[in-house]
Ligand binder design. Sequence first.
Ligand SMILES: [Zn+2]
Length: 79
Amino acid sequence: MTCREFADFIMDYLDGELDERLRTDFDQHLAVCANCATYLAQYRETVAAGRLAFDDENAPLPREVPDDLVRAILASRKR
Ligand SMILES: [Zn+2]
């Protein structure tokens, strides 16, 4: 799996929607790629923040999360 593919599959991974083979590839990439491990951790925090924001529209987002990442996630949640 490439870093590009990893990024494409993060949402499905967090939603538990990857099939077993893809999930294995994903976990293997995660184990060897520090950049993607960091990206996943940041993504996960942002998704959690996004869910909080949906539960309570006045909930503040964590300041350390990049604005464009938040926007990308909120946009994808509207599908
Ligand atoms: Zn990577």
